[in-house]
Design a binder for this molecule. Structure first.
Ligand SMILES: NC(=O)c1ccc[n+]([C@@H]2O[C@H](COP(=O)([O-])OP(=O)(O)OC[C@H]3O[C@@H](n4cnc5c(N)ncnc54)[C@H](OP(=O)(O)O)[C@@H]3O)[C@@H](O)[C@H]2O)c1
Length: 341
C-alpha cells in the first residue's frame, strides 16, 4: 500500500519549534570563535517577553565581552568560559509570546530594546522593561542599531555633560556609532556642534547636523586655539592634558574610548580622572552608560520625531555576524553595523 507522507512532511518536527538558530561562542576570543549553532529556544517567564528578532546590531562593547577582555567582564559573563555565549545586546523584532504579568505588550507588536542574554539569535526572552514599541516610521534595522550607542550618547550629552542650548560641543569619533548619535542629540538639545572625523566622512557628519567639522588627519583640535564647553572624546587619540587645553575653564570632558588595562579595563582610568577632577574647575567625567527603560523611551521619541536618524553603514545576515564584528574591530565603521535575522 502506498503511504501518503505529504501531511507529516509539512508538519514541523515537535522539537523544531523549541529550537532556534544562534551565533554562539563557547570560548573567549576574536570574532572567529563564533559558531552557527542550533540551541534551545527560550521560554518567557513571569514579566518577560519572547521576541522573534528581525534585526540586531554589534558594536565595540560586544568585542570586549566576546574576548573576555578585560578580565573583569568574565565576572559577569563566566569565569573560565562564556556562560551563555550569544553575543550582542541590541535588538528589534516582533512579540512572539508574553509571560505572566505582561500586560503592556501583546503578541504581534513591533518592539526594540536590549537583551542581556544575547541577540545574535532568532529569539530572545527579554524583561518587559528592556523593550519599547517601535515607532511606525522607524524600520526594524534603524531601531535595532539604536539602544546601546544611543543610550551612551544620550546619557553623555544630557546627564554627564548637561548640555544647554548654545553650548559649544566637540565630538571625536563623530562618524562612529556613539558619535553619530551624540552629534544629533547635542543638536536636538540646542548645542553648536563641532565634529572631528577624517576627510572621507566630512559630508556624512554634516548630513547629520554638525555645524563645524575638523579633519583629524590634517588638524589637531587641541592646538587650533578653539575652546569648547563640552568634549565627548570617544577616540582619545590625544592625551587628556592636551584635550583639556581645548576646554573652557569650567568645561566638561568625557574621555570615552573604553581603553584600559587587561584586568579592570577603563575602571582604573575612570577613578584616576575622577580624582584629578577634584583639583580643577574643569570636569573630567568618564562614565559607564546604564540601560534604563525611560532612556529607551526618550530615544524612541527622538527617532519618532525625526530629530535623530540612525546612521547605518553596513548590514550583514546573521550567519555572517563574525564578519560584522571584524568590521567593527577595524575602528572605521561609518555609523552603525546591523545584523538582519
Ligand atoms: N561609556 C560607555 O559606557 C560606552 C558605551 C559604548 C561605547 N563606548 C566607547 O565609545 C567608543 C566609540 O564607540 P563607537 O561604537 O562609536 O566606535 P566606532 O563606531 O567603532 O567608531 C568608529 C569611528 O571612529 C572614527 N575615528 C577613528 N579614529 C579617529 C580619530 N582619531 N578622530 C576622530 N574619529 C576617529 C572612524 O572614522 P575614520 O574611519 O574616518 O577614522 C569611525 O567612523 C568606544 O571606544 C567604546 O568603547 C563607551
Amino acid at each position: 500500500m502506498k503511504t501518503d507522507h505529504s501531511d507529516t512532511e509539512r508538519m514541523p518536527h515537535p522539537a523544531a519549534a523549541t529550537r532556534m538558530r544562534a551565533m554562539v561562542h563557547h570560548r573567549y576570543g576574536p570574532p572567529s570563535v563564533l559558531q552557527a549553532s542550533d540551541v534551545p529556544r527560550p521560554e518567557p517567564r513571569r514579566g518577560e517577553v519572547l521576541v522573534r528578532l528581525e534585526a540586531a546590531s554589534v558594536h565595540s562593547g560586544d568585542l570586549y565581552v566576546m574576548a573576555g577582555d578585560p578580565y573583569l567582564v568574565r565576572l559577569a559573563f563566566g569565569l573560565r568560559r562564556p556562560r551563555n555565549g550569544i553575543p550582542a545586546r541590541d535588538l528589534a523584532g516582533v512579540v512572539a509570546a508574553v509571560g505572566a504579568d505582561v500586560t503592556d505588550l501583546k503578541p504581534g507588536g513591533d518592539v526594540f530594546g536590549w537583551s542581556t542574554a544575547g541577540t545574535l539569535a532568532e529569539y530572545a526572552c527579554v524583561p518587559v522593561g528592556n523593550l519599547v514599541r517601535r515607532p511606525t516610521t522607524v524600520s526594524a534595522v534603524e531601531a535595532a542599531v539604536t539602544p546601546m550607542s544611543g543610550l551612551t550618547a544620550l546619557q553623555a550629552m544630557r546627564d554627564v555633560a548637561r548640555v544647554r542650548p548654545g553650548d559649544r560641543v566637540l565630538i571625536t569619533g563623530a562618524s562612529g556609532g556613539v558619535g553619530s548619535f551624540a552629534v544629533q542629540i547635542a543638536k536636538a538639545m540646542g548645542a553648536e556642534v563641532t565634529a572631528v572625523c577624517s576627510g572621507r566622512n566630512i559630508e556624512l557628519v554634516r548630513s547629520i547636523g554638525a555645524d563645524h567639522v575638523i579633519d583629524y588627519t590634517t588638524t589637531d583640535f587641541t592646538a587650533n586655539g578653539e575652546r569648547y564647553d563640552v568634549i565627548l572624546d570617544s577616540v582619545e587619540a590625544e592625551p587628556l592634558a592636551s584635550v583639556r587645553r581645548a576646554l573652557t575653564p569650567t568645561g566638561t570632558v568625557i574621555p570615552n574610548s573604553g581603553r584600559g588595562g587587561r584586568w579592570v579595563g577603563p575602571l582604573g582610568r575612570i577613578i584616576t580622572a575622577r580624582m584629578r577632577s577634584i583639583f580643577t574647575r574643569q570636569r573630567l567625567a568618564p562614565f559607564v552608560s546604564v540601560e534604563k527603560h525611560e532612556d529607551l523611551v526618550a530615544l524612541s521619541d527622538l527617532l519618532a520625531s525625526g530629530q535623530v536618524t540612525p546612521l547605518i553603514d553596513r548590514t550583514y545576515p546573521l550567519a555572517e555576524a563574525a564578519d560584522a564584528l571584524r568590521y567593527v574591530a577595524t575602528g572605521h565603521a561609518r555609523g552603525k553595523v546591523a545584523i538582519t535575522i
